[in-house]
Ligand binder design. Sequence first.
Ligand code: TYM
Length: 337
Amino acid sequence: MHRSRIFSGIQPSGELHIGNYLGAVKNWVALQTQYESFFCIVDYHAITVPYEPADLRRRTRDMAGSLIAAGIDPAACTMFVQSAVPEHTELAWIFNTVTPLGELERQTQFKEKSSRQESISAGLLNYPVLQAADILLYKADMVPVGEDQVQHLELSREIARRWNARFAPHLSDASNPEASGFFPEPKPLLTPTRRIMGLDGQAKMSKSLGNTVGLLEDPKEIWEKLRPAVTDPARVRRTDPGTPEVCNIYHLHKAFSPPETVEHVAVQCRTAGWGCIDCKKVLLDSMESELAPIRERAAEIRANPSTLDETLAAGAERARSVARETLRETKELMGLQ
Ligand code: TYM
């Protein structure tokens, strides 16, 4: 039976944090057996901003270990490192030639990231073109991501449409734009936790903003971040009743705590039965139940570095066999060698 394909990627630009985990990786784990799945550590994306080569190599391997610890099963899916499959950059070049410059300049993530850089590389601008190549190389139908990637995926669809119309119109069905052409138009797969806020409550949890909670941090470190975390701003005194829906800690309870605890938390908040510190302690316990086994697995994986190397090499080999074929067909349709 033909299974639909999913593809997703993560940058090795820092540790895996609970935003990545709840927005994307946990969903990858849930979907990896249902779909034919490709998960990629996108190191070529990570070099679009300043970085240290030795750090990048370490982080790439740490990310692979963390993904496995979080539940990614390299036997059930194809997990690999982007720079081990050169077809990604080759297809990205091809896609550059059908991508309107204006679309790239309009990307929110480009505007945000470029405003933080002194010198902006062309790579940062072309970042979403490489992302389109990642996905379309595997002709993936769906892409499990957090909300911040939705605009990039719109552009991937636009690139697929433009390329299909120019080079393979005979393979598309004009009366049914949903039917796939040579490159299917990939759709985002979002979760209820599609946008996790940082503990400052101000902005999305993000490596580049430094407001993250690492998936592998120990409970002491997590508590140091949770204790001062922003809650409902209207709860000034311990006795003030709160509104759970406006509180970031409540949203984290919804992600980590069992439903009966979530309900209890909401009641205790509204009635000022608990103070915010009480509520955070319960959250810490719930997080610990989910994260402690992940931490233990990560330590085991770190103790066996050669197994990780073999896993990544096997993943790259599998990915390449698909990528090579897509690129061969693409080049043939374009009159390239
Ligand atoms: P990256 O590395 O920033 O994030 C990896 C995944 O985590 C999700 N995510 C979040 N979800 C909810 N709340 C948050 N605060 C949060 N922070 C991050 C992201 O949406 C993402 O799904 N451009 C991509 C990497 C990429 C990619 C791809 C993704 C490259 N090629 C192809 C999908 C398909 C990125 O920077 O993700």
